[in-house]
Ligand binder design. Structure first.
Ligand SMILES: Cc1cc2nc3c(=O)[nH]c(=O)nc-3n(C[C@H](O)[C@H](O)[C@H](O)COP(=O)(O)O)c2cc1C
Length: 455
């Protein structure tokens, strides 16, 4: 049977194979692909002993070894969320770096191994550092900080922490936590950091009018004000890392659309980031409330087009002298659409396709794949595709080839596994002992035992 893959005709992948020099750090990505951040949920975890949380496990190191493998694989590999506080977490099972973490010991050694594994064949490894702000389950922390006290509405039986407006002292502490995490990552051998300023996390909460109701100089009155906390974080980081260290950010198209930020303001945000010395911005869509995939029932082309329009507006607004590089992430699937996106942006971010196929960048650059694998419709939509990617990531981390969602039997098996997993999660309740992704229990092969799936 022919393996279903996205394709847009006979388009040469050559533009995707070109290297990319970052303007500030001078680092060079070996091609135009960026493995987008995906939370791994595989770090150490203890519900009670916070210092035992967030250490990269051997499974995580194995996962990054696979993404790092191959001379034409991912130019840039961005990790999943790295939390910067012991308690205010994106999710249990994330890796964590706080100012309590010393530049020695088990955590330091494991992060060092992770970096070395990812870089073995010349990829750049970039750690995504995060503060979730209001976007944290009440079971993980009942209280939190945000730009203002706008609580996230309960959803799917989950309730979220009650936020208060961050005080100046709290904001300064968070800036220090971000900066320390960046310094730590440089010391363990990472090439850079990506600030999570998308998907409704804390920095995005300051940027968006829906969550920022402040009236002080961090408030809603001007873009400059809403940017101020973001700028403080970037400056705090830049003060602690070397000039060769990449500082980048992930930004969100939805915040710009629905938070009422005009294209002019979006341009202002990006201009400020360029002035602050960011090497690149990864542009994506979605918040927790709406993972940006309200377009999920429309064709991939329409989705690709939606994010592309946003990227085009930003790139045009920044003008021909733009130095800061732009990556576009979200629904990019065929080589043709990736290559045409390079008219507006410099690189392409892929998340779910990189969980399904850790070698996908190599397969495209070397001309073996016309795009990502095409799952059955039910396997492509949220939330199944999100949980599937989590399960595939765990397979790779355990030394297995990931299952493929174009196969009906596999999908049926996965759906059963997801049901079991959701049941276990519900039983776990607030105990927070159940932190791993769904485990796929169907037939599977050892990693590398079968040919990489290309067709
Ligand atoms: C399992 C999973 C975990 C994710 N974790 C993160 C994360 O830690 N940080 C982040 O910025 N985005 C995260 N995302 C979003 C992706 O980086 C990406 O923006 C989104 O999946 C759209 O890209 P895609 O269509 O290529 O999958 C995650 C996505 C998936 C599927």
């Amino acid at each position: 049977m022919a393996i279903p893959r996205y394709s847009s005709g006979d388009v040469s992948p050559a533009p995707l194979a070109r290297d990319l020099e970052f303007p500030v750090s001078g680092r060079i990505a070996k091609n135009r692909f960026l493995k987008s951040p995906m939370a791994e949920f595989l770090a150490t975890w203890s519900p009670r002993h916070v210092y035992e949380r967030g250490i990269p496990t051997d499974e995580i190191i194995e996962l990054y070894r696979r993404w790092g493998e191959g001379k034409n694989n991912w130019g840039v590999i961005v990790t999943g969320n790295i939390d910067t506080n012991w308690a205010i977490l994106n999710a249990p099972g994330d890796t964590i770096i706080t100012p309590d973490c010393l530049f020695e010991g088990e955590r330091f050694e494991k992060f060092t191994k992770l970096a070395a594994a990812a870089k073995a064949d010349g990829s750049l490894i970039v750690g995504q550092i995060t503060h979730p702000g209001r976007q944290i389950l009440a079971s993980v922390s009942p209280t939190t900080v945000s730009a203002s006290d706008v609580q996230l509405e309960p959803k799917d039986g989950q309730t979220y922490a009650k936020p208060h407006a961050a005080t100046r002292a709290e904001m300064k502490k968070i800036v220090d936590e971000f900066a320390y995490a960046a310094e730590y990552l440089e010391k363990v051998g990472f090439d850079g950091i990506e600030l999570h300023a998308a998907h409704g996390y804390l920095i995005a909460q300051f940027l968006s009018r829906t969550t920022n109701k402040r009236t002080d100089e961090y408030g809603v009155q001007t873009t400059e004000n809403r940017m101020r906390f973001f700028s403080d974080v970037v400056r705090g980081i830049k003060a602690r890392v070397s000039p060769k260290f990449i500082v980048s950010a992930k930004l969100n198209s939805v915040e710009f659309q629905e938070g009422g930020v005009t294209p002019d303001e979006a341009r202002e945000v990006c201009e400020t980031l360029e002035k602050l010395g960011l090497d690149f911005v990864e542009l994506s869509g979605g918040t927790y409330e709406d993972l940006g995939l309200k377009f999920e029932r429309e064709s991939t082309q329409i989705r690709e087009g939606f994010f592309l329009k946003f990227a085009q507006a930003i790139s045009q607004a920044l003008g021909p002298d733009r130095k800061m590089k732009l990556y576009l992430t979200g629904g990019m699937r065929s080589v043709g659409s990736m290559v045409s996106a390079l008219d507006s942006v410099d690189g392409i971010g892929l998340a779910r396709p990189a969980a399904a196929e850790p070698r996908l960048a190599s397969d495209i650059v070397e001309g073996r794949a016309s795009g990502a694998l095409k799952p059955l419709t039910a396997g492509e939509e949220f939330p199944v595709s999100l949980m599937a990617a989590g399960a595939q990531i765990w397979q790779i981390a355990r030394g297995k080839e990931p299952f493929q969602l174009w196969d009906e039997k596999v999908l049926a098996h996965l759906e059963q596994d997801i049901k079991t997993w959701l049941g276990e999660k519900a039983e776990d309740g607030d105990k927070l002992e159940h932190t791993k992704p769904p485990m796929y229990t169907g037939p599977q092969n050892e990693y590398g035992s079968s040919e990489a799936v290309v067709a």
